[in-house]
Design a protein around this ligand. Structure first.
Ligand SMILES: Cc1cc2nc3c(=O)[nH]c(=O)nc-3n(C[C@H](O)[C@H](O)[C@H](O)COP(=O)(O)OP(=O)(O)OC[C@H]3O[C@@H](n4cnc5c(N)ncnc54)[C@H](O)[C@@H]3O)c2cc1C
Length: 410
């Protein structure tokens, strides 16, 4: 095992850190204040993107700090998953940064799908503008009416009729659908075929958001916050007709694509969690040393120093596990690294949640406000313990593999 960062990755990490320090950190608080001031609750049609976002994106792109997640050397930075880890960690320190470098979810996962499985026409029409940062995208998998942690429960349908595919069903927690720049969705649904097995019954279909029959019914708040201008929507599909050419890789290949999509995408979230946790630890120490109670800095009271040590231990353990999972994906591919991917998918959000909780506590009332990014990090961590599969489902995967190694198949 070798987790050594390449010179190229070290250079990108340094430049991303510097860019965030110079251009993002100084305006980040103002950015979120602006978004929350123009807030209209769940009325997503009035959500707007502040002008500085596109300016910063153009600046990052001009400096080559763009699409760093994509292993393709022509379309992206050509970095291995291991080499991308420290860069994603840097961007995770800020809630705003990932988008500025065109390295934000769910677009990265959707771009990876199109890059790996899309045909030339699909790449031209949708991958190109996504890579250019001109449009944004959404991934429609979870459904309100069934337990979606088991994807075989899915009820939405994608039925072939001649040279068209017809979509029906309801999806929710569709992240990014409220963004006025969101133009394309990847819709996963049942395409029943008795000739094929249980995992060949689903298709992934590209759905332009302005297709007749697609309607955003509402935005779902996370802890009362609509996460504007991104948003998590409930979207209904009623007799949505699209050319068969909109199916990615062909009907019935949805599960196969989902495995590929969620592998590296899941681990990108984990890398960003580490950056957020480091930022939380920095803030906890700064606050705890600067503020005094009962005659001492807060950090010197009670068990607070021990809590700082626990946070350091937990973050470093999580980083090693993340790097191990990244290294394994590079070596043997995501399907052979399922234990490691599931393990870090459980560990990283939980570490972020506990470190952020500690940092919020040291901040007292301020920790609950928007004066720091801590409440945003907490919502991110708590959401990630569900999004891309709940903790329990990932533990189930790990246990199944462990049992199978010992000959137990049930
Ligand atoms: C902020 C946010 C953003 C999201 N973004 C997206 C998105 O962009 N696109 C998308 O399609 N989905 C998205 N999701 C949805 C997310 O992926 C689902 O919520 C998740 O997969 C769980 O599905 P469910 O909500 O139907 O829960 P259910 O399937 O009803 O599960 C509920 C609970 O049951 C328990 N459980 C389930 N299975 C097991 C098991 N095997 N063992 C033990 N306990 C179990 C777990 O505690 C689980 O949390 C998002 C969710 C959130 C909160």
């Amino acid at each position: 095992m070798d987790f050594e960062q390449s010179a190229k990755s070290r250079d990108y990490t340094k430049r991303v850190r510097q860019f965030i320090k110079e251009h993002i950190a100084p305006i980040e608080k103002q950015h979120w204040d602006e978004i929350h001031e123009q807030r209209h609750g769940g009325d997503w049609k009035s959500w707007r993107i502040p002008d500085h976002v596109e300016k910063l994106k153009a600046m990052a792109k001009a400096q080559g700090l763009w699409n760093l997640f994509l292993p393709d050397p022509e379309l992206g930075a050509g970095l291995s998953v291991l080499d991308y880890a420290p860069i994603a960690e840097e961007t995770g320190r800020s809630l705003m940064a990932p988008e500025i470098f065109n390295c934000n979810a769910p677009d990265t996962g959707n771009m990876e799908v199109l890059w790996k499985y899309g045909n030339a026409a699909q790449k031209e029409q949708w991958l190109k503008p996504l890579l250019a940062g001109e449009i944004r995208s959404v991934f429609f998998m979870t459904e309100p009416d069934v337990a979606s942690s088991d994807a075989t429960n899915m009820r939405a349908t994608a039925i072939i009729e001649g040279d068209e595919i017809v979509l029906n069903g309801k999806k929710w927690w569709s992240s990014g659908v409220g963004d006025p720049r969101c133009k394309i969705g990847i819709f996963m649904a049942l395409t029943p075929n008795e000739q094929l097995g249980r995992h060949s019954q689903h298709s992934m279909v590209l759905v332009p958001m302005d297709t007749p029959g697609v309607s955003i019914e509402r935005m779902l708040p996370v802890f009362g916050d609509y996460d504007e201008p991104h948003g998590h929507g409930e979207v209904h599909f009623k007799n949505v007709r699209l050319p068969l050419g909109n199916v990615i890789a062909g009907p019935g290949r949805g599960f196969e694509i989902a495995q590929g999509r969620l592998g590296p995408g899941r681990i990108h979230h984990c890398m960003r969690c580490l950056g957020a946790a480091e930022q939380g630890l920095d803030l906890a120490i700064a606050r705890g040393m600067a503020r005094t109670a009962f005659g001492k800095p807060l950090l010197n009271l009670g068990g607070n120093r021990e809590r700082i040590a626990d946070a350091r231990i937990a973050i470093d353990q999580a980083r090693l596990l993340t790097l191990y999972a990244a290294w394994k994906i590079d070596k043997v591919g995501p399907l052979q690294a399922m234990t490691e991917i599931s393990a870090i998918k459980v560990v990283a959000p939980n570490v972020l949640q506990s470190v952020t909780d500690m940092a919020m506590q040291i901040h007292g009332g301020a920790g609950m406000s928007r004066d720091t990014p801590l409440s945003g990090f907490f919502a991110q961590a708590r959401s990630l313990r569900l999004a891309d599969g709940p903790d329990e489902v990932h533990k189930g995967v790990i246990a199944r593999i462990e049992l199978a190694k010992r000959g137990y198949s049930k």
